[in-house]
Design a protein around this ligand. Sequence first.
Ligand code: NAI
Length: 509
Amino acid sequence: MSTTTPRFQTIGIVGTGAMGRGIAQIAAQAGSTVLLFDTQPDAVTQARNAVSTQWDKLVEKGRIGADAASAQKARLKPAAALADLAGCDLIVEAIVENLDVKKKLFAELEGIVQPTAVLATNTSSLSVTAIAAALKRPQQFAGFHFFNPVPLMKVVEVIAGLKTDPAVCQALAEYARQMGHTPVQAEDTPGFIVNHAGRGYGTEALRIVSEGVADFATIDRILKDQVGFKLGPFELMDLTALDVSHPVMESIYRQYYDEPRYRPSVITAQRLAGGVVGKKVGDGFYKYEGGAAQIAPVPPVPQVDDLPPVWVSTRAARRAELYQLLKDLGAKIETGQSPSPQALTLVAPLGFDVTTVAVVERLDPARTVGIDMLVDDAATKRRVLATNPATRSDMRDAAHALFARDGKAVSVIRDSGGFVTQRVVATIVNIAADMCQQRVCTPKDLETAVTLGLGYPLGPLAMGDKFGPANVLEVLFNMQTVYGDPRYRPSPWLRRRGAIGLSLMHEES
Ligand code: NAI
């Protein structure tokens, strides 16, 4: 338990479902008296029991003392009516996600509490300004957006509506720290920080699948092994469930007036309509048995007894590294101006597809295979190769066998502008850059919110720096050419900082 006086000593929680009870738990742990109200008769009792059980477990594990647990339980009190919340200095709402119902609740609460009390909503998709529109004291109202499960997800977005007093946000941020959470400050924009920054991962992966470039499991493997994501995008969508994540994709896309960067996929719309929503129903992108995903085995490495010589395009990304890698793998490397008629021809484009590169560089497409060199070979657990429609199967197999020679995993995908990692990383970085451009939050808060709220291995700006801002920009420029799709248009923020690094801007406010 905290030894400092909580910034809000008596708080009310309205709506004691999954979120309300989590917020109640950390508020009581911070030393506040917490009054719980819900319209469902048993909901408050269930919430108090659930939170008490959590504390009993913590006592068993020796994480908190029995005295602290009893004191916390005593601070968690039922409220039989909204009017019982009159003495609260903060009320956090976590009821049904419906604008009219929330507006009605806050109008009623405003008539009950003291004028100095702060009212906050845990909404994840509605506008804070819109909820506050009919209030007499909108300056006392803010968004306080937690993530599920609240005690474990240690970040909270503090959202200022158009009329919110900055002191209210400061008070909520201070209180969040007392609850052991990290507050980040977000402008009142669709998706705030975490749900906005999270748009790139799933939507771009879905687009790759929709183009038939690779299957779900291959994309998951590539992104986990090349970038370090804990879960692949399809594993993540299965866990979140499409009845939750598809409406979020649609809502943010629509709220931004059909901005192509956020365009959802017909794949998830159809799966949602068919009830194939994810792990909780045992059927999603993967099928689940006993809670475990059933994953098809990885295709074996082809057996190739006599590997052809290899010629590397003069325009390959990270060409020196690719040469060294080929040497380490024991390849017969050709160093002539052009490949011999027997040579396997390797290209390593950024953003362009293998077919275009083969044609532009006047290479024989039948012998041309691409490799994704955006990723540093020493830092990746998987190499990704791409064929083009003309690639001969013996050349594909030779490339696969060669790059698997040292035991590293290899995935072979079909041709597309950008490889899986290039596309997904560039999209994530570009959306984050655009959020900085729009001043949704500071670059620093963006990185904090994404690492804590989405569990990415790096913040998106640090990710951009890791892969090279100039490389990310090149991927986007070239993909825009390949696809003619404004979705890949680089954000002005990224264009300006492409040459000088993104993390440098962390100090910018
Ligand atoms: P839930 O369905 O688990 O709980 C909602 C509770 O509110 C229920 O107990 C219900 O009886 C009660 N309720 C409904 N209308 C009420 C009213 N007018 N007055 C008092 N109580 C009322 O929902 P959950 O998941 O806890 O979500 C609550 C809010 O938190 C929503 O606004 C949601 O968008 C937001 N949120 C949810 C997240 C999640 O992952 N579940 C994450 C972040 C925010």
